[in-house]
Ligand binder design. Structure first.
Ligand SMILES: Cc1cc2nc3c(=O)[nH]c(=O)nc-3n(C[C@H](O)[C@H](O)[C@H](O)COP(=O)(O)OP(=O)(O)OC[C@H]3O[C@@H](n4cnc5c(N)ncnc54)[C@H](O)[C@@H]3O)c2cc1C
Length: 601
């Protein structure tokens, strides 16, 4: 394939400025895409919320398995499982960003969102991305309708984060027609009712995993009891035991020994979807919270009027807006990259796989940011509801419990912070896809800009701050890397600090680009724009706080003496004070939410 000269390079946000014309913003979703959102939203409201929060909160995958399965089937009848399955195999063949919008709406399905999510994402995408024509023809149409439930089986009791150390083994039969699968998997979503399992196992004495499409009907699969979990209680989570399961040779998925890469790439997909789901959850949590805060009277006034409550509402709305800006920016880039690969002669499968892989850094960032934002929002939603937040009746305690898993699965947040950095190092120093040397040359300019008293233009200060955040990331990464060399990867505390600086730069930039694009469009609603600017500014203010703390921690942890003094001065001058009034900014955002009595952006 010809070498691609492209602007679409994952991680390149660190080294280049994105033109607003190249960025997708959520305000650009088409009517057709919004209809998909609406269909999923209506399904969640009717079939799930319709049961009442208390009933759902008390549901359990073991006790209520018939009801869970009934809802699972109903979603299939409505065609909800076909979103990412190509049309020729009975699906909708929607693009990736539409899939993210679908996931946003799906988050309203509470723990059932995990069930549908596993079906449309990790359970079926391995076949969509890596399957042969015959495998796609055989399985995808039945997955699209829900005739087949599916699940993804990577984790084992002794291998979680260290997934490649899995012990499940496949050995080729004497006549060479099939593999015999033996081993155990744990925490398998949808495992209680799935007909198809994507199982990762090592063939013979291979060092690396391979993947298989395993049908329950092959026999030899024992399904464990439903796990008793903290949240997402109605979603099925079981252990699987494989005892000489015969798998026809043609059910090897992708190439032998390439399963680990496949697993990681499918997880990239799951990671960004956690952020999209988080956005949906946050918007819903904000609406529930403000509805309550507007009608709950204490000290003769609605609690929404208290500054302490406005702080929470303003902060929640800002987090939803920032994550939304970033997640759909990346989703659209994945779609563009996919088309670019196709135009350059890639096969459909390769284009899908490589466009997703391209944005591994961004997917890891979004997974962490989205999950931490939804967990914080759910916690504060309980606080706004006071005692009622602790009651099953309002649904917010369930949202809090359900949200907590997002920091654990699809790779824990620690692993994802490390991954973002590891991928950055790989691209900067091994494959050299990222032009780190050119960027390093521009760092002194960044410092010089800091002293520019003539900064002007729309969001000029904020834009400069993002550029400085990137410079700070580069300076500390470079200096710590020179000092610690390969030992830097073992200094995980510093790696986490660096990941945080990198992340806030990306999130802030995404919101700034969105608002700049809106500002340039004469049709933009000016009142909404005012608040969107404030949300962006509030995040920039917070990003600086996060980056200052992370940078101090990193420098204090690796440097000493003159180097420490110099680094602190340089970083301190880059992360200068940003002059907004955070209280008034949050209040203005909260007032817009309070007036609309919902998340209105
Ligand atoms: C409800 C639920 C549903 C799930 N669904 C699925 C599914 O459908 N399919 C599937 O295959 N798996 C599934 N999982 C498994 C999930 O992906 C794992 O739980 C997750 O990857 C973490 O693995 P672990 O639980 O073994 O934790 P561990 O890997 O043991 O991690 C424990 C702690 O150690 C930290 N840690 C681990 N390694 C390192 C390191 N190198 N450096 C620093 N810190 C480290 C982690 O960040 C974490 O804080 C599910 C889990 C749950 C709870």
């Amino acid at each position: 394939m010809a070498a691609i000269k492209s602007k679409l390079i994952g991680g390149n946000f660190l080294f280049s400025e994105t033109d607003i014309k190249d960025v997708f913003i959520p305000e650009e979703f088409t009517e057709e895409q919004k209809m998909i959102w609406q269909t999923v939203y209506d399904f969640c409201m009717q079939e799930i919320h319709g049961m009442g929060f208390e009933k759902i909160a008390l549901m359990d995958a073991e006790k209520d398995k018939d009801k869970v399965y009934e809802i699972f089937k109903k979603a299939g009848e409505l065609g909800l499982y076909g979103i990412s399955i190509p049309e020729e195999f009975g699906g909708m063949g929607a693009d990736f960003n539409t899939g993210l919008l679908y996931t946003e709406a799906l988050s309203l399905g509470l723990s059932f969102a995990t069930t549908v999510g596993a079906q449309v994402s990790i359970g079926s995408l391995p076949i969509v991305f890596y399957g042969t024509q015959a495998q796609k023809e055989k399985y995808l149409p039945k997955i699209a309708t829900g005739e087949y439930g599916c699940s993804y089986a990577l984790t084992e009791p002794s291998s979680g984060s260290d997934a490649n150390s899995a012990k499940t083994k496949a050995t080729l039969s004497a006549d060479g027609t099939h593999y015999l699968l033996n081993g155990q998997k744990m925490w398998i979503t949808n495992g209680g009712f799935a007909d198809i399992f994507i199982v990762f196992a090592k063939i013979e004495d291979d060092e690396r995993l391979s993947a298989f499409i395993v049908e329950k009907s092959f026999g030899g699969i024992e399904i464990g009891k439903e796990e008793k979990k903290m949240g997402i209680k109605s979603s099925s989570t079981v252990q699987l035991f494989f005892n000489n399961v015969p798998i026809p040779k043609e059910n090897l998925l992708g190439e032998r020994g390439k399963g680990f890469n496949m697993a990681l790439n499918i997880l990239n997909n799951g990671r960004i979807k956690i952020c999209a789901g988080g956005v949906g959850g946050m918007k819903f949590g904000i609406t529930k919270s403000v509805e309550y805060a507007n009608q709950r009277i204490q000290f003769d006034q609605p609690i929404a009027q208290f500054g302490a409550m406005k702080y929470k509402l303003g902060q929640m709305a800002m987090l939803a807006f920032i994550n939304e800006s970033a997640v759909y920016r990346v989703g659209a880039d994945v779609d563009k990259k996919y088309k670019e690969f196709l135009a350059n002669g890639a096969t459909e499968n390769d284009a899908k796989i490589n466009s997703m892989r391209e944005y591994a850094i961004e997917c890891a960032i979004l997974k962490v940011q989205g999950s931490e934002a939804i967990c914080w929002t759910a916690d504060e939603a309980i606080q706004i509801h006071g005692g009622m937040g602790y009651s099953m009746e309002t649904g917010v305690e369930m949202a809090y419990r359900d949200a907590r898993i997002t920091k654990i699965y699809e790779g824990t947040n620690e692993i994802n912070r490390m991954l973002a950095l590891a991928e950055f190092y790989k691209r900067a120093f091994q494959t050299k896809e990222l032009k780190i040397n050119d960027a390093a040359k521009s760092i002194p300019l960044g410092i010089a800009q800091n002293f520019n008293p003539f900064n002007n233009g729309f969001l000029a200060d904020e834009t400069e701050i993002v550029s400085n955040l990137k410079s700070v990331f580069m300076i500390i990464t470079g200096a710590a890397g020179r000092k610690l060399k390969t030992k830097l990867v073992d200094e995980q505390e510093i790696v986490m600090n660096l990941a945080d600086i990198m992340s806030v730069a990306f999130m802030a930039e995404s919101a700034i680009l969105r608002v700049k694009k809106l500002n340039a469009d004469k049709n933009t609603d000016k009142d909404q724009l005012k608040i969107k600017i404030k949300m962006t500014q509030l995040y920039v203010y917070e990003a600086l706080e996060i980056a200052r703390k992370a940078a101090d921690n990193a420098i204090d942890s690796y440097a000493s003496g003159v180097e420490k003094f110099t680094m602190k001065r340089v970083v301190g001058s880059l992360l200068k004070n940003y002059d907004i009034n955070p209280k008034n900014t949050r209040r203005a955002i909260a007032d817009a939410v309070i007036e609309a009595n919902k998340y209105p952006f």
